[in-house]
Design a protein around this ligand. Structure first.
Ligand code: ADP
Ligand code: MG
Length: 305
């Protein structure tokens, strides 16, 4: 059973159908990346998970309990960092966490112990400044600490890295990785390298449904290109191979860059043996002969175009 299960979720705003039967399952202790362009429906999905928005149909369960719109019962399992978190600027980070502890009904001792652990985790332990003078990255880090205060089973972060510079992004990603041991993380992003860096599983939301879904390895395996990259000892050998008459075939596209040749096969039943035969005929031994791996970026572009 997943910590979060989404079944056949539909949501429209007026004429605009944003979610068209969304299905996904987030297993425990994973870092799950929800990827999509602006307007894909990431925030809408998160609001429905939190019971803040009513779906037209479909259901969501968190830790086996069904989410009801307007009821916050299932939210006791969830820590949430919204896309634009709001803080009281006159407070320090420590004071803010104390307030959050009071609001959520945590005991004073527990709040104190958790706050210190979390301020350490997010690198704000020695920060004495008021939140009003924090950088965006520091605010996001404090937001994660606040979301983790209640030891949630599921941490949901809406685009936690989007407004940050590369260093700020790396800090957030490292914190999410560190949190993974104790909770399950679902975060949304449109930055693909963030996903490649820390996620076990990804879901690409496009056109109201998931266009790609699974572990990174599964997704790449499923969308493997029928293509190869060959590297040769020198440019001349690469050119001889690239220009050989066998490769002048409507189903083969060949590109050469220096001593590297990339061959792509489309709409034919040729495979790697074909190129091995060509190499054998020409008595050329390549330095490398590897299957072409799709990148997450190339897959993303493929599904959204
Ligand atoms: N309350 C609302 N009323 C009308 N349209 C909305 C509302 N909330 C979101 N939308 C629309 O739904 C689409 C998805 O929005 P959102 O979930 O915020 O996307 P994302 O978070 O992936 O950028 C957008 O086209 C947005 O304009
Ligand atoms: Mg959003």
């Amino acid at each position: 059973m997943g910590i979060l299960e989404i079944n056949q979720l539909h949501k429209r705003f007026g004429q605009h159908e944003v979610l068209k039967g969304l299905e996904m399952d987030v297993p425990e202790h994973s870092i799950f990346g929800l990827v999509g362009q602006n307007g894909a429906g990431k925030t809408t999905t998160m609001k429905i998970i939190l019971g803040l928005l009513k779906p037209d149909s479909g259901s969501v369960t968190v830790c086996g309990e069904k989410v009801a719109y307007g009821e916050t019962k299932t939210n006791r399992h969830i820590g949430f960092l919204p896309d634009v978190p709001e803080f009281y600027g006159y407070m320090t980070a420590r004071e803010y966490l104390k307030l959050c502890g009071e609001i959520t009904g945590l005991s004073q001792t527990k709040t104190k112990v958790r706050s210190e652990e979390l301020l350490e985790l997010v690198g704000l332990k020695n920060e004495k400044k008021r939140i009003g003078s924090f950088s965006r990255g520091m605010k996001q880090r404090l937001g994660i600490a606040q979301a983790l205060l209640n030891e949630p089973k599921l941490l949901i972060c809406d685009e936690p890295t989007s407004s940050l510079d590369p260093i700020g992004r790396k800090e957030i990603l490292d914190i999410l990785l560190a949190a993974k041991g104790k909770t399950t993380v679902l975060f949304s992003t449109h930055i693909l390298s963030d996903v490649e860096r820390i996620c076990d599983r990804i879901a690409v939301l496009h056109g109201g449904k998931l266009a790609l879904y699974g572990t990174l390895a599964e997704v790449k395996q499923r969308h493997r290109y029928n293509g190869f990259v060959l590297e040769f000892e020198n440019v001349e050998t690469a050119a001889i191979f690239a220009k050989s008459k066998e490769l002048q075939h409507p189903s083969i596209s060949t590109t050469r860059s220096g001593n590297t040749v990339t061959v792509l096969l489309t709409g034919c039943d040729l495979d790697g043996h074909f190129f091995l035969d060509v190499l054998a005929q020409k008595r050329i031994v390549p330095l490398k002969f590897v299957a072409l791996e799709p990148t997450l970026e190339s897959l993303f572009l493929e599904v959204v175009q």
